[in-house]
Design a protein around this ligand. Structure first.
Ligand SMILES: [Zn+2]
Length: 130
């Protein structure tokens, strides 16, 4: 039985995690980190323990590809990459999407990319509460 598609929203930018999965625009799929979970432990509890997540609490969230790539750019150590279609071959090291789009001539929807990137950047900054 085919699972019913349900649009997921990114907890960071508040926008959709949904991308169009085919050239007709009919097939839509969620992409990014969808319904990720992390839990705090006894030693985590902020203010009493040594971390930031409360004990016995599971946190569930989703991050769109735009926000994931933005986070990857902030990492001191970039994420490792691998080619899941050819596991024996070495993959290209991580390069931020903005650099790949800028440098690769075969990536032809540059304006669309930069417009969406800018829109998500603005959305992320609006979510700052403190
Ligand atoms: Zn996002």
């Amino acid at each position: 039985m085919m699972e019913q598609h349900k649009e997921k929203m990114c907890n960071f930018c508040g926008e959709t995690c949904e991308i169009v999965g085919d050239s007709t625009g009919e097939i839509k799929e969620n992409s990014g980190l969808i319904d990720a979970n992390v839990s705090g432990g006894y030693g985590s509890t902020p203010g009493n323990g040594n971390g930031t997540l409360d004990d016995c609490t599971k946190y569930t969230f989703s991050l769109c590809e735009w926000c994931l790539d933005w986070l990857f750019e902030q990492f001191k150590t970039p994420p490792t990459t691998s080619d899941y279609m050819s596991p024996d071959e070495a993959a290209e090291p991580y390069i931020p999407a903005v650099e790949r789009v800028t440098l690769d001539s075969w990536r032809v929807k540059k304006k669309k990319f930069f417009d969406e990137r800018r829109r998500r950047m603005i959305k992320r900054h609006e979510t700052t509460k403190y």
